[in-house]
Design a protein around this ligand. Structure first.
Ligand code: FPP
Length: 257
């Protein structure tokens, strides 16, 4: 449930999240278990990306945000980083027209300054082509970090204040949040992490304050439509309170968010 949506509206949506965020983990282990190079795991991971995009479109989910490459992933061997960049480029080239026809708006979040000019150009073209679409907002977090996001928002606010366009006293959570990535979308309702780890790994830190967290041991290339449906069914059974009392109990604890 996003800002401004009451629980009756959420119920009418059949407990479907408006915005799903995913940490796609486990490609390397998937490949190792098969005696394959890590690159094979990442390639198989692209199939799972396709699967969740298609499933999200069919189910009417409004936004899907995928963690494809964190700011920390540069620490991986140069060869693996190169392969991932190549995969982003080829996948973009191959898929963008079809995504556009399906009404997908594609956006990249993260610091793209470090990417090769060719990849930056393809990203800009894909974003421009799909800018008018709204069936599904597909956000790819690449060279993204939640702390980077918060820091870039703080820098922009400081610049506005230094230029005299903003009174520092007027800076509250709402105004701050407007400078973060994806500020125009509802905050994620559901965050899925595959691969067995139970941590956030510097993904959307601010935006997931009230997000339901779902962890599965499945490795990302094994995450198929059925696994996605299980996560969605789990979400549908959650009662979201946003710091309020449970709807059924009078005597709940007010701080129990
Ligand atoms: C984590 O698995 C996965 C990544 C760092 C890359 C994710 C990229 C893709 C799924 C493919 C391309 C995506 C798009 C959007 C085209 P890992 O390598 O950390 O796995 P491990 O923990 O088993 O080693």
């Amino acid at each position: 449930m996003a800002h401004g949506e009451d629980s009756a509206t959420a119920a009418a949506r059949g407990g479907l999240p408006r915005h799903v965020a995913i940490v796609m983990d486990g490609n390397g282990r998937w490949a190792r278990r098969r005696g394959l190079p890590r690159s094979a795991g990442h390639r198989a991971g692209v199939q799972s990306v396709r699967c969740v995009v298609e499933a999200s479109l069919r189910r009417g989910i409004e936004a899907l945000t995928l963690f494809a490459f964190s700011s920390e992933n540069w620490r991986r061997p140069r060869q693996e980083v190169g392969l991932l960049m190549e995969l982003f480029l080829t996948t973009l080239q191959r898929e963008v027209q079809r995504l556009h026809e399906q009404g997908v708006r594609l956006r990249f979040i993260g610091d793209r300054a470090a990417f090769a000019p060719k990849l930056r150009a393809r990203i800009a073209e894909a974003e421009a082509l799909t800018a008018g679409n709204a069936t599904l907002h597909l956000n790819i977090a690449a060279n993204y970090g939640g702390r980077w996001d918060i820091a870039q928002a703080a820098r922009r606010i400081a610049e506005e204040a230094a230029a005299g366009r903003l009174d520092p006293v007027a800076v509250d959570a709402d105004r701050f949040g407007r400078h973060l990535c994806l500020a125009d979308l509802p905050e994620p309702d559901l965050l899925i992490r595959t691969g067995g780890e139970q941590r956030i790994s510097n993904f959307l830190l601010w935006q997931i304050a009230y997000t339901e967290l779902y962890f599965t041991d499945l490795l990302w290339p094994d995450f198929d439509e059925r696994a996605y449906d299980e996560a969605l069914a789990w979400y549908a059974g959650r009662e979201r309170r946003f710091g309020a009392l449970p709807s059924s109990a009078e005597g709940g604890r007010a701080n129990d968010a």
